[in-house]
Write a protein that binds this ligand. Structure first.
Ligand SMILES: CC(C)(COP(=O)(O)OP(=O)(O)OC[C@H]1O[C@@H](n2cnc3c(N)ncnc32)[C@H](O)[C@@H]1OP(=O)(O)O)[C@@H](O)C(=O)NCCC(=O)NCCS
Length: 162
């Protein structure tokens, strides 16, 4: 598996798992029922942000996007988002993307990384981000309308770079 910068030609291969993850309604508060064209700017970042893909034998297993969490005076803190195709989960793709994004943010000189909205019931994600050094700063109660569980909390997770 390699992780490389996403190209325009990758988007049609990302969109199917992007839309499946959003429609599942258990991890992301993105608009639903977006066409490929409408969804593209929600995932394909422009500089200074960046989108990458994890690729194995030409197959896209997952993707991550990263960049400043806030513009202007908040731009020294990074953020990132992750999506792994359900068929490729549990094999370390998410961890590899997380490590890649953290290495990128450190190399770019960010002071830390913040995740703004980690669904508290998303056990694999919460586990993985804690394993990669993130702490739960707090939880906004009932901020996410989970398709199965109803209103659940959103964690703000953060790690400061040494
Ligand atoms: C979260 C996500 C990116 C993880 O990707 P992945 O490729 O399956 O992740 P990995 O295989 O690298 O690691 C998964 C980790 O979660 C753990 N895990 C899996 N199921 C778990 C569960 N129910 N409870 C706790 N931990 C769990 C695994 O043991 C593994 O941890 P380890 O490396 O310490 O053993 C992927 O599930 C995904 O895309 N989900 C949908 C979108 C999403 O939730 N994105 C993140 C939003 S914050």
């Amino acid at each position: 598996m390699i992780i490389r910068t996403a190209e325009a030609a990758d988007w049609p291969l990302i969109y199917p798992f992007f839309t499946a993850i959003v429609e599942a309604g258990d991890t992301y508060a993105f608009p639903e029922n977006l066409t490929s064209e409408a969804a593209r700017p929600w995932w394909m970042e422009q500089a200074p942000g960046r989108t990458v893909v994890a690729v194995d034998d030409e197959r896209i297993l997952g993707s991550a996007k990263m960049g400043p969490n806030r513009p202007g005076r908040g731009a020294h803190v990074a953020t990132a988002s992750f999506m792994v195709d359900s068929a490729a989960r549990g094999r370390g793709v998410g961890r590899a993307l997380g490590e890649h994004v953290l290495a990128w943010a450190r190399a770019e000189g960010y002071h830390g990384m913040q995740f703004n909205a980690v669904v508290e019931t998303n056990a694999p994600a919460v586990h993985l981000w804690q394993a990669l050094g993130f702490q739960i700063i707090g939880t906004v109660p009932e901020a996410f309308d989970h398709r199965r569980d109803g209103l659940v909390g959103l964690h703000v997770m953060y790690q400061r770079f040494a």
